[in-house]
Write a protein that binds this ligand. Sequence first.
Ligand code: PCA
Length: 319
Amino acid sequence: MKTILIAALCAASVAHAQTSWKLATGYRAESFHTENIAQFARDVKAATKGQLAIDLAPNGSLFKLGDIRQAVEEGKVQAGETIMTSMVKDIPIAGADSIPFVVGSYKRAQRLWELQRPGMEREFAQRGLKILYAVPWPPQGLYTTQPVKSMNDFKNIKMRTYNQTTVRLAEMLGARSVDVAMVDVGKAANEGRMDAMITSAVTGVENKVWGPLKHYYEISAWFPKNIVFVNAKAFDALAPDARATVVKAAAEAESRGWVASEAIAQSATKELQANGIKVDRISAELESDLKRIGERFSREWVRSVGHGASDIFVPYYFN
Ligand code: PCA
């Protein structure tokens, strides 16, 4: 009787201790961001001895990229990953990493994240969310079907967009914006639905855009970040040691992700070239056009964000 009772108690406590989270992302399983999350999930599972399993739902299979934050907030799914700029309507400071021509290197992108993170933590906490980590996409370059020399070459062309920054830029350039999710970029390019887009080299590689798109200009416009987060109630329900494990594994995932992003920035550009895309610098004229547009964008952004903007950018520029 005693053994049966003990066995039953053990089974019950094991069952109680095992938790599983679903983590929704809008990107593909083979995306370097998603592979990094998969590693994070394996690390958490091993370090908690199976107490916490994180199951990935990639490719927008549970929720669309732009709906993921809301879904985690509402507890429809425990955890998620999205691109920070997808939430600028509700959290304006989330857009700090997509202001054109502010950040020109991974080091500066890191500094920006340090300054942006406290405000983001507050915004997330108010919504019952906990940030796990953030990792940038490689620098954003300009893809085109035809060579471009100045702003005039953008008049009325179809420009693929993925966030408010790209929509506003298309508008300022006089182009027509076409919203295409990252996973549909290859298809849209092949169907002639875009003449230009601003995104990373790796996104071009993942979607095999060679063929329709012929030029890639390394303008390093910005370094947008993906953010991985969890519903705070789900996090708080973990045992304290499991919580500490998740936080530690998240910090490791963040460091690992930044290194991977930088490495892939190099290799992906080479891969575009190897597949026939002409990798070029932009003309001085287009560079100054884009710089002017960037400045205009910055002014609009600061005006719309207010204090939150100076909290980030005063130390960014002056400390
Ligand atoms: N790839 C994603 C976001 C930024 C990037 O480099 C996209 O094109 O949608």
